[in-house]
Design a protein around this ligand. Sequence first.
Ligand SMILES: O=C[C@H](O)[C@H](O)[C@H](O)COP(=O)(O)O
Length: 262
Amino acid sequence: MSASNSPIDLAKLVAARRAVDFVESGMRVGLGTGSTAAHMVRELGRRVREEGLEIVGVPTSTATARLAEELGIPLTTLNEAGSLDVTIDGADEFDDTLTLIKGGGGALLQEKIVAAASERMIVIADAGKHVGTLGAFPLPVEVLEFGMQSTRRHIAALLDEADVSGREAVFRERDGARFVTDEGNHILDLHLGRIGDARRLATALNTVPGVVENGLFIDLCDTVIIGHSDGRVEIGDLASGAFTEEHGTGEEGENLFRDIAG
Ligand SMILES: O=C[C@H](O)[C@H](O)[C@H](O)COP(=O)(O)O
């Protein structure tokens, strides 16, 4: 079974398709980055082509911009759009307060700016990303190349005082070279194990000279749509403080699985 029709990918697809139901003609939509967001962008593209959905998208990475362009989704910049009606994006981890870790794909900076400019942020994810305590996923921190070793030392010193259980800080690599973000910066992945106080940590990290942004998204996500590989969807909403389940039959998941598997 390839990654594109694995149970996890199916769960991502289910969540992504449900999220697109929240998009209406006339909306300015932030387009997230990553494998889950890519499903959402494809579904939006289908609705634009087949249903005449009229939206304008603001992509959060060059990869998403490329995909959206290929699919015929009209795009603009955040500066042009001003503010957005909704952003739909993936996440690497989220907890019951809808605090997120993002940046596994290195797009956290644009993602956070776009989410902050949006009336509503909807996160789409497979159920495995719902955690009791954040931190098993390494926390990405985007840093300037200039003085990056000094920046790492300052972060290490800060972590000594933080309420976390691990303290390793590793510069991300890809294909044997240092990973470079769309903004030309690098990513320091913090292996923290458990983050006791996300708000305090996020504030502290952003005071370090050389830190551009960190991957903790706090008070940004309004709704999380959790996909399960049998087609079930849970929707967690910050306003109601509850997680509710939809599509209990599993039939949709089986149909989707047949679609993907061909
Ligand atoms: O930088 C990447 C983003 O924050 C992604 O949304 C996040 O890593 C989740 O990606 P995926 O949907 O591929 O698991």
